[in-house]
Design a protein around this ligand. Structure first.
Ligand code: KG4
Ligand code: ZN
Length: 353
């Protein structure tokens, strides 16, 4: 039997049983991660190696360095994940891997590693979209959550409002017309001399600030559920330069608090509007920006007030990890989607058709 025939036969048995222990690999940007998850819902291992300290020296992710560091991190992370899950490679049923979107070289390291693992162990390979992974973090965090629901996905490279109709079936309701929300946080943080990635540190600084101290413009968008953060970011940066040139001090914590309030209000307004207009009774958030403390508390407060079920994953499952890739991979596998060993990295992969 060839590898392909064997993998298909095994996938068929897993689908019939409804059970699968999935080992997943994530390497799309600056985190290398390997996780083990049972049945798309039960986290057994979550091993992560962050490269942030290295990229911080350059003020952003250096793709070539990211790829090299992924290669070095993958094997030790496998040992760590198997140790955490207290299992052997034989006890893993299938291997899932992020194949896009992301940095091409970074993605390729994970894809090549996962293909080698699948082939060597004779296990089915599952190709996972990184953004679908972010959405699926909610399945691990909330065992009771099932589609349909509306999900805000806000990360360093993407900002979408997605209608999740079924597992693996999505409609894009709105998205950014320019910068992603995380990108706006990171760029505005730079003006305050906050090191990369600015989002989490700006969030912490904002906790001590007065959010009414500064006023920033609310960007206009054509689509009711679309975002535009580029204009806001430029306005905020220009205002900072202007104040400094006229000799005025910027109070960083107040600046951070006012900016965070502005972005969070936009994200929450549009997500709740999309939920209301589509008749959804559940909303969820996902992606690195979903770790923002004000976004989390505001979505819960306002969403519950509107009578919605609100689903917010723990922060460690919002930023990049492989648990979310395993969760998405489980539902892909159960839908009969097994990847070939010719799988390639697709840096601009979309989740919408
Ligand atoms: O999902 P993620 O880990 O990687 C991508 O797929 O992009 O998201 C990273 C982004 C960065 O822009 C980072 O600054 C932002 O998420 N982020 C935050 C917070 N934690 C991470 N932004 C605002 N507040 C936070 N607490
Ligand atoms: Zn991500």
């Amino acid at each position: 039997m060839t590898y392909e025939q064997n993998a298909r036969a095994q996938a068929g048995r897993l689908i019939e049983s409804g059970h699968a222990r999935i080992l997943a690999v994530e390497s799309s940007c600056d985190e290398t991660a390997i996780a083990i998850v049972d049945d798309g819902r039960v986290e057994r291992a979550n091993a992560i190696a962050s490269q942030i300290d290295t990229h911080q020296l350059y003020g952003g992710v250096v793709p070539e360095i990211a790829s090299r560091m992924h290669v070095e991190a993958l094997d030790p992370l496998l040992d760590e994940a198997l140790r955490q899950a207290d299992c052997t490679m034989d006890q893993v049923d299938a291997v899932a891997v992020t194949y896009g979107p992301g940095l091409v070289g970074a993605l390729l390291t994970g894809v090549s590693w996962a293909k080698a693992f699948a082939y060597a162990c004779g296990k089915p390979l599952i190709a996972v979209n990184h953004i679908e992974g972010h959405v699926s973090a909610n399945y691990v965090a909330h065992p009771d959550l099932t589609p349909p629901f509306v999900c805000l996905v806000a990360s360093g490279g993407h900002s979408h409002i997605v209608s999740v109709e079924h597992y693996g079936s999505y409609t894009l309701l709105g998205g950014t017309t320019d910068d992603a929300a995380g990108e706006a946080f990171d760029k505005v943080a730079r003006v305050l001399d906050i090191p990369y990635p600015g989002g989490p540190l700006l969030d912490r600084l904002a906790d001590e600030g007065d959010e009414h101290a500064y006023h920033f413009p609310t960007p206009h968008t054509e689509g009711a559920y679309d975002f535009s953060f580029s204009g806001l970011k430029t306005a905020v940066i220009n205002q900072a330069h202007h104040l400094r040139q006229s000799g005025q001090e910027i109070v960083a914590r107040d600046w951070a608090a006012s900016f965070r309030r502005c972005v969070v209000d936009i994200l929450v307004d549009k997500t709740l509007l999309a939920a209301r207009d589509t008749g959804a009774d559940k909303v969820a958030i996902a992606g690195g920006v979903a770790a923002n403390s004000l976004l989390r508390s505001e979505l819960i407060r306002r969403g519950e007030k509107a009578g919605l079920g609100v689903y917010v994953p723990p922060k460690r499952l919002c930023t990049d990890n492989a648990v979310m890739i395993a969760a998405a991979g489980y539902y892909r596998l159960m839908a009969g989607e097994v990847a070939e060993l010719t799988l390639n990295a697709l840096p601009a992969l979309s989740m919408f058709g």
